[in-house]
Design a protein around this ligand. Sequence first.
Ligand code: CO
Length: 134
Amino acid sequence: MKLEHIGIAVKNLEESNQLFKKLFGKRHYKTEEVESEGVKTSFFKTGSSKIELLEASKPDSPIAKFIEKKGEGIHHIAFEVKDILAEMERLKEEGFIVLNKAPKRGADNKLVCFLHPKSSNGVLVELCQSIPKE
Ligand code: CO
């Protein structure tokens, strides 16, 4: 598994885009809204990985609840896999709690699923597989 990106929950995407632009010395290369997840995201390239900033787009979205409970900060770590269905099966057998019955469409043209933090030392793990472009 390759580290694909780290997701960071932020209160204000515009302000955080400016902040992370100062940190990296370059601006984000795209923004995307994932309606089903209630998030607005932006992406920065950092070497072979990425940073994904996440702002809640509605008050009951998971990111809004996360920030309410824990404040801004690292929300998840995402690993690229070649075969997400096979990995979901394998990890279930290894005792991880897979939060999704089936992979769903995430940001950045990917199929994604999540592992419950309580089965992975408090870390919300995202598995992602690129959807081939047609
Ligand atoms: Co992510």
